[in-house]
Design a protein around this ligand. Structure first.
Ligand SMILES: Nc1ncnc2c1ncn2[C@@H]1O[C@H](COP(=O)(O)OP(=O)(O)OP(=O)(O)O)[C@@H](O)[C@H]1O
Length: 247
């Protein structure tokens, strides 16, 4: 079966500054895949490449077997429109209610009429436990609720693949655990593939089916596998140190 994502010999750079090189990995359909590594190693940069915001210096990214950059502009936009993204902080539009935040995407990208849009908004907010908050502004709800609202917006267009950048950043341990449970529920109910940048160990071990570990010095992947398996069997001190740290 074709992997949902296939990354071949990817090198990423800002100008002359190479961030990571020779990255090779695949993400299976329906998998929760974690991109991990210490601060500044290039996790968010990789995520920005996977969602088509940045163009590789070398190598290619295949989505369902189709190269993201070796294709037409229209085809690339079509691929990108089938993915949902939750950036750090939730990134909701603060001048709009939660309902309006979702509605904007539906108006832009679908032909749904007003009644259908309201039904989708109610359904997506109910999936993340925010049914009663449709008319609230982001500033009127908690940080954990804002993350969930961002999640509702990320799934507004029924994406096949979801990308999350540090979803539990800034959350207390309880909200973080609730968000992990929600991510698992969404994977099961939507059947979506989920790619998460994270350095939160509790979250990595709870939701991760598979993972890569980026190293800032070698500037490439130094470990691949299920996080629990890496913890038990990796012999690389950098990986073990990361997976057993206490902060
Ligand atoms: N737009 C940019 N232009 C130039 N350099 C950048 C840009 N964005 C990030 N970088 C650099 O690329 C490197 C990787 O950054 P990136 O944010 O991808 O790392 P990260 O692993 O996600 O870090 P963190 O865990 O701290 O969020 C860093 O050295 C950063 O300074």
């Amino acid at each position: 079966m074709t992997p949902h994502l296939e990354i071949n010999n990817l090198t990423m750079a800002y100008g002359d500054s190479v961030i990571q090189k020779n990255l090779n990995f695949t993400v299976k359909r329906g998998e929760i895949f974690i991109i991990m590594g210490g601060s500044g190693c290039g996790k968010s940069t990789l995520l920005r490449h996977l969602i088509g915001l940045l163009k590789p210096s070398e190598g290619e990214i295949l989505v369902n077997g189709v190269s993201l950059w070796n294709t037409s502009f229209e085809e690339r936009n079509k691929i990108i429109s089938r993915s949902g993204v939750l950036f750090q902080g939730g990134a909701l539009w603060s001048s709009m209610t939660l309902g309006e935040n979702i509605e904007l995407l539906l108006t832009e990208y679908t032909q749904l009429n007003n009644k259908q849009r309201q039904d989708v908004i109610s359904y997506k907010l109910s999936l993340v436990g925010l049914s009663r908050y449709k008319d609230y502004y982001p500033s009127e709800i908690s940080g954990g609720m804002r993350k969930r609202a961002g999640l509702a917006r990320a799934i507004a267009l029924d994406p096949e693949i979801l990308f999350f950048d540090e979803p539990s950043a800034g959350l207390d341990p309880v909200s973080s655990r609730l968000l992990d449970n929600l991510i698992l529920e969404l994977r099961d109910s939507l059947g979506a593939t989920i790619v998460i940048v994270s350095h939160e160990l509790a979250s990595i071990f709870t939701v991760g089916d598979n993972a890569i570990f980026l190293d800032p010095t070698e500037k490439t992947i130094i470990a691949t596998g299920a996080p629990k398996h890496l913890l038990e069997s990796s012999e690389d001190s950098r990986v073990i140190q990361f997976l057993t740290r206490t902060i």
